[in-house]
Write a protein that binds this ligand. Structure first.
Ligand SMILES: Nc1ncnc2c1ncn2[C@@H]1O[C@H](COP(=O)(O)OP(=O)(O)OP(=O)(O)O)[C@@H](O)[C@H]1O
Length: 334
């Protein structure tokens, strides 16, 4: 399969009455990669994907596959496969009958149907009625339906919803294999950990606005570093922290220094002759970072990649805000 053009969202917005569901979204989905499209419930993911697929008309802006809108594609099902919901199957049909009913629309043969049933692990269940399928089986059938036309782009809305850990692992391997074959995969989720191991790139939105766009490998560098320090020289360490305008807290006999890694804190303490009994990395987890990133912001963030809102950027050096003076090293709590 040959490499394709990127998917380009350009200043895309959608309002439903007074509700701004998607707000000036601009980002690019790189070809041949798996891109996670993340955001909390109601953040505008489905609306964005529907606009990409020509199912919802944008209020303004564009979503294009290469240079074309979905509606301009001559043979769309052979270019783009999509699964926006997994439950819209005729319950009385078998999986095989379902795929055979849709196959002509995508120009797929009965042989392709059987290949896909095998590919999504439904071969054994192909003659069972879909009404009796588990959620995971329906998700697989939705995937197979999307792949009927052997598309170069695959758009999946919350495909991991309701899957057990085995199902999530299966999906991860499946998506990775598709990308290895050159398919451009855009997959939405409201849970970072669900897609963390399957995606190359991550787009994070909240309230319809872009909050983050970067390779997943860079996500951990954006998480706010924190260093924990235990020292018998508490007063000296507090003085050092204030002098350097560090943001810190003192509780339960330990200092928590924000926005600094252990090496920087350790080096400064060593230079000042401060004895340390503990120096440990308490950098926030990716999940905490995701929650912080998607919590309400006072103002719209800048658009572009990488995107890190102002309140997530390293401190400007203002020592006044969060600093809590340490009392002593005897376990005094603030
Ligand atoms: N047809 C519609 N009419 C009115 N409001 C809508 C419509 N579709 C979506 N919305 C609203 O737009 C916002 C974004 O919804 P959307 O379904 O795109 O979010 P989402 O991120 O996909 O959420 P979820 O993860 O729950 O599926 C929500 O406030 C939703 O209620």
């Amino acid at each position: 399969m040959t490499t394709s053009a990127p998917i380009i969202f350009d200043s895309l917005s959608k309002s439903f009455g007074t509700k701004r569901a998607v707000d000036n979204l601009s980002f690019t989905v790189q070809p041949g990669r798996v891109t996670g499209f993340l955001g909390p419930n109601g953040s505008g993911k489905t609306t964005t994907l529907r606009m990409l697929l020509g199912l919802t008309r944008p209020t303004s802006g564009t979503a294009r596959i290469g240079s074309k809108h979905y509606t301009e594609l001559a043979d769309p099902l052979t270019v783009v496969g999509a699964a926006l919901e997994a439950s819209s199957f005729h319950p009385g049909r078998t999986a095989r009958d379902h795929l055979r009913a849709y196959a002509p629309l995508a120009g797929a043969s009965n042989k392709r149907v059987d290949e896909l049933l095998e590919l999504v692990d439904l071969k054994e269940a192909k003659n069972q009625r879909v009404g009796g399928y588990s959620l995971g089986m329906r998700q697989r059938l939705a995937l197979a339906t999307a792949l009927l036309g052997n598309p170069r782009y695959l758009i999946l809305d919350e495909p991991a919803n309701g899957l057990d850990p085995m199902g999530i692992r299966w999906l991860r391997d499946f998506l990775r294999q598709l990308a290895a074959d050159g398919v451009t995969v855009l997959v939405s989720s409201h849970i970072l950990s669900e897609v963390q191991q399957s995606v190359d790139d991550v787009i994070i939105i909240a309230n319809g606005q872009l909050r983050y766009a970067n390779p997943i490998s860079e996500l951990h560098t954006a998480a706010r570093p924190k260093t924990r320090v235990v020292t018998p020289n508490g007063d000296a360490f507090a003085q050092l922290a204030r002098t350097n305008h560090w943001v810190f807290e003192y509780a339960n006999g330990a200092f928590d220094v924000s926005d600094l890694r252990t090496a920087a804190v350790g080096t400064a303490a060593f230079s000042s002759g401060i004895e340390l009994h503990e120096l440990s990395d308490r950098t926030e987890s990716l999940e905490d970072f995701f929650f912080r990133l998607t919590s309400p912001l006072p103002a719209a963030p800048p658009v572009g990649a990488p995107v890190v809102p102002a309140d997530l950027a390293p401190p400007s050096g203002d020592p006044s805000a969060e600093n809590t003076p340490a009392q002593d090293n005897g376990g005094t709590q603030r």
